[in-house]
Design a protein around this ligand. Structure first.
Ligand code: 3HC
Length: 282
């Protein structure tokens, strides 16, 4: 199966990075969001970032033009109709997913695989919204998705082996390393990483160290590229909280209870880089 055209739903933080990753690997990307301006903004951010990289000589001249020209922003759902493969990264809410999957199922060619980048919702339930549940699969990228090499490939109960093979091959084709993980809350990375972010938040809540010192401690004491609080600001406190709520809700295990401060940050709208303030100011 040749996959040339990727239909990407959601131009938020992850959508932006994923569009970039596919475009950089030469795939055409139809980037859809409910408003075209969200896609334009994402495309602009990719362009600016690549411009800087070009100026610094970190990527060859012409990279920006090549990548940006592969991404077609749209606010029209029907523009996804001739996609060969879908990556969905819309809002992490089951009602929103239900609406999107029902419409996608009706719109797409029957053979098209729909992958979801969800980090907190059960893929088995998402697949059940479609009549092609065997072609629904988790394809979990990591932020910043244009840089991080891992893709978790997650079969849900209904996913076929053929679908898994396609997603695994596609991940490798765009220069990522796929790992297969059975469907379980948090998969591998988030099950380990997000409780660590949560613990960083709780340590701050208990006033044991400053935010900067918590991050310095983990960078210098454990070799992390970023501290847990800076990382939370990168992924978004809302996403981190959604993952904690899933881990807690699905397992019922109190070791996963979300930190009070993390909940407060979300209530305050201090989500991190995307809102200009999180544990740190941007
Ligand atoms: N967006 C896009 N590109 C970025 C970026 C961002 N936010 N931050 C850095 N980059 C790019 C730079 O442009 C550079 O690319 P180039 O060499 O092609 O120009 C490259 O990344 C390296 O950047 P730097 O040298 O400036 O920075 P660092 O060496 O400090 O690396 C990092 C930055 C790769 C982000 C590193 O700090 C890191 O690995 N941090 C941890 C990230 C992580 O853990 N991610 C997983 C989060 S969990 C998740 O996403 C799952 C979800 O479901 C919650």
């Amino acid at each position: 199966m040749t996959i040339k055209k990727i239909g990407l739903l959601g131009a938020g933080t992850m959508g932006q990075g994923i569009a970039w990753a596919f475009a950089a690997a030469g795939k055409e990307v139809i980037l859809y969001d409910i408003k075209q301006e969200f896609c334009d903004r994402a495309l602009n951010a990719i362009g600016k970032s690549l411009e800087k990289s070009e100026q610094k000589g970190r990527v060859p001249a012409g990279t920006k033009a090549a990548v940006v020209s592969k991404i077609i922003p749209t606010g029209k759902f029907e523009d996804l109709a001739d996609a060969d493969f879908i990556v969905e990264c819309v809002f992490e809410n089951m009602d929103v997913k239900k609406d999107v999957y029902t419409r996608l199922d009706a719109l797409l060619k029957p053979e098209v695989i729909i992958s979801t980048n969800t980090s907190s919702l059960p893929i088995t339930e998402i697949a059940a919204f479609t009549k092609r549940a065997d072609k629904v699969v988790g394809m979990h990228f990591f932020n910043p998705a244009n840089v991080m090499k891992l893709v978790e490939v997650i079969p849900c109960l209904q996913t076929s082996e053929a679908t898994l093979d396609v997603v695994t091959a596609l991940s490798a084709e765009i220069g990522k390393t796929p790992v297969r993980v059975k469907e379980g809350p948090g998969f591998v990375v988030n099950r380990i990483l997000v409780p660590a972010i949560n613990e960083g938040s709780q340590i701050l809540y208990e006033n044991l160290a400053t935010a900067a010192d918590i991050d310095t401690a983990m960078k210098l004491g454990a070799g992390w590229p970023m501290g847990p609080l800076e990382l939370c600001d990168l992924v978004g406190a809302d996403i981190a909280l959604a993952v904690m709520n899933t881990l807690y809700g699905e397992t019922g295990d109190p070791k996963y209870r979300p930190s009070t401060l993390l909940k407060q940050q979300v209530r305050a709208g201090w989500l991190g880089r995307k809102t200009g303030k999180g544990f740190f100011q941007y």
